[in-house]
Design a protein around this ligand. Sequence first.
Ligand code: EPZ
Length: 416
Amino acid sequence: MQKNLVIEGGHPLRGKVKISGAKNAGLVLIAASIMAEGETILDNVPRICDTEVMVEMLNEMGASAHWREDGSLSIHPPQHGMKHRTPLELSKKLRASNLFLGALLGRQGQAIVALPGGCDIGSRPMDLHVKGVRALGADIQIEQGCIYAQAQETYGARIYLDFPSVGATENLIMMSAKTPGMSIIENAAKEPEIVDLANFLNSMGAKVRGAGTDVVKIEGVAQLKAGRYSIIPDRIEAGTYMIGAAVSGGEVLVENVIPTHLHPIIAKLQETGALVEETDQGVLVKAGERVHKVDIRTLPYPGFPTDMQSLMLALLSIAEGTSVIVENVFENRFQIVDELNRMGAKIRIEGQTAIVEGVASLYGATVRATDLRAGAALVLAALAARGETVIEDAIHIFRGYENITEKLRGLGAHIK
Ligand code: EPZ
């Protein structure tokens, strides 16, 4: 995998791009599949570093997983004797490995998972996960950066999440799917990936109701039967190419999307002056005459997604006027600002707020990707910048975007 991306700016993105399956649905469904008896086949899982790491973990833990000829992913956990500890080295690379907590407790009543690594976008503790699995009957010890969980006697419980954490909601839905009795999660996360998890579990015989609302009710069942399931398209990947069209002065049709999942992004993009139209092939985005300033507050779904925050910073750095972006979900997700300012942007941070004074244009520079979405935002900024940009540590970008270089080249970008 090449370490750096080199992009020559000034070429508008034009054409069609097919959106891949959602990374954040694929990761949780890969974890959940160990709860099923038999072979699970998952369709539309993006083949990216993060999903490859999850597959490697499954094989290390004794569940055989492999990509099939048709691109689908086969996962076959053993009848007995699956390890209950996630491989430490691999779990340091990927926060989503913490999703094995709920899946392992649901499957075999014990789990040892590392407190997460992944992107360093804030402390990202797991206190809500721990509070929830404890309520369901697990004993938890936290030592040397690992969570040791034992759950011999488990019972349904009512759990209130202080914050609608996506991962905590997912872990608790997975564990309670096989916990005797009725469980209720209040103030649950409502992201589309949660709904996809619930639909997947229900297709295996689980009884999950209310996913997508802030109260999820789960009646535990004794057994889940494996089957075949196709995951939803990636709304953040779609948003990335939509902003790519707007920032580069081009016109892009993103295909294979679920428009309702994109409404928060579409609404804001229209406010910046881009023309966005839902067609039955997908969503068409045409850059406006110029980019207008907008104010944004990131919020849990259906608010404006935090994962789109860096990408909007790139677009608004060339807007007319001054935009204000407040990051309400993570406490340290503005690392990209220094990199954008090296490209001529004028952004300053005040606490959780970024004030973006639009400039006429950006210019190419050597910059560094600090996390997945920041890396993607640097790609977009480079498309709009005058001259050549070198993005170092581009590996972050390949963690979450399937075939991004080929897809951008297909849209006319000059990238290598
Ligand atoms: C998921 O992360 C996504 N990752 C993230 O996408 C996404 O940004 C995030 O949800 C919010 O939408 C996956 O689905 C694999 P959270 P997650 O638990 O579950 C705090 C990407 O780029 N919190 O909803 O880790 C936490 O510190 C990635 O694709 C607690 O305080 O997010 C954060 O500030 C980046 N205690 C906030 O909640 C807890 O126990 C949101 O975290 C758990 C979370």
